[in-house]
Design a protein around this ligand. Structure first.
Ligand SMILES: [Zn+2]
Length: 325
């Protein structure tokens, strides 16, 4: 188990606007860790505050993330089917292929490639011609993706930069941006890895579609909307080419975006909190549901434990009866 309360935490400024004033919108989360969700009073970006230090976050991703999130430490075929990853990533690959001209020889980087299911699905659109690279902190997932797709993997972005891997034609950030400690800094790093005419594909959960305490948890530091995602991408030195809301299968309602490098670094903040107020109200409403949700989870867990105990007692008593005879 991961002890959230004992971890080192920081109180950073808003990554989009540099604001330091926030309104608390929720005081707990789906795992009952006491995570606080706030809205920036300047640009409206919804974010966890305080946040874990990067060391604590790395420890969480290395040791605990997969167990909390999908209860699986090492991937296998059943896991891919059970978690609908094949269906989900087939959808994402089709979305990318319909909006990006995929040609043989292109260098494609998937940041957070997990078990490499996106690569397998991109192959169905472009054959064996694409050259795949993945960033994946979990070694068992990275090993699986290398074995299944022949990709090259790195544990993190810094390792990728040290290996002088750059000039990617397409960088995919699929349900990853909401996890990082500073999304603008993260996108700026990726900008440096993109070829001059390269494209960035980003997909994130849409905060305007949140409906349950399950939407708030330790792994998601940021909760974007169409507007705040545009502002983050713009600040990192990209121009948004296409942005749209969508409903990927077996995933939350999301916002996807395709962006290209902007030639000038000039950035003028045009985002204000007013556009996010409906999402804030939704978050405050979810916060009221959290105690009821956690009670339901506890009751269900107790019911499962009592069923297991009941079953063990029955097996034990049957064994005793057999011995007597
Ligand atoms: Zn802000």
């Amino acid at each position: 188990m991961f002890n959230y309360q004992n971890q080192d935490k920081i109180f950073p400024a808003c990554p989009i606007c540099g604001g330091t004033q926030f309104r608390q919108l929720a005081s707990n989360d789906r795992y009952d860790m006491g995570i606080k969700t706030t809205g920036c009073l300047r640009c409206g970006l919804v974010q966890t505050r305080p946040r874990l230090t990067s060391q604590s976050m790395s420890h969480f991703y290395r040791e605990c993330y997969r167990q909390y999130y999908q209860a699986v430490n090492a991937p296998h075929v059943d896991y891919i089917i059970c978690y609908h990853k094949d269906e989900r990533l087939a959808y994402t690959a089709k979305l990318i292929a319909s909006n990006v001209d995929l040609v043989a020889g292109m260098r494609v980087l998937d940041v957070g490639c997990a078990e490499g299911t996106l690569f397998s699905n991109l192959k169905t659109h472009c054959g064996e011609g694409l050259i795949f690279f993945g960033v994946e902190p979990s070694e068992s997932y990275a090993a699986y993706s290398r074995e299944m797709t022949g990709c090259t993997t790195y544990q993190n972005i810094d390792e990728l930069i040290s290996a002088r891997e750059d000039s990617f034609h397409l960088i995919v950030v699929n349900h990853v941006l909401e996890h990082v400690n500073d999304p603008v800094l993260f996108l700026e790093q990726l900008r440096g890895l993109l070829s001059s005419n390269g494209l960035l594909f980003v997909d994130v959960p849409n905060v305007f579609g949140y409906s349950s305490p399950r939407d708030l948890h330790i792994a998601h530091n940021f909760h974007f909307s169409r507007q705040t995602l545009t502002a983050a991408i713009d600040k990192a030195g990209f121009s948004v080419k296409t942005i749209a809301e969508h409903a990927p299968p077996h995933h939350p309602v999301s916002v996807w975006c395709l962006a290209e490098k902007r030639t000038t670094k000039l950035h003028i903040l045009q985002q204000s909190m007013e556009t996010e107020l409906v999402a804030w109200k939704r978050m405050q409403w979810i916060n009221k549901l959290i105690p009821l949700y956690l009670l339901k989870v506890r009751l269900r867990r107790n019911r499962i434990v009592s069923l297991i105990l009941e079953n063990r007692c029955r097996v034990f008593l049957t064994g005793l009866k057999r011995k007597k005879h």
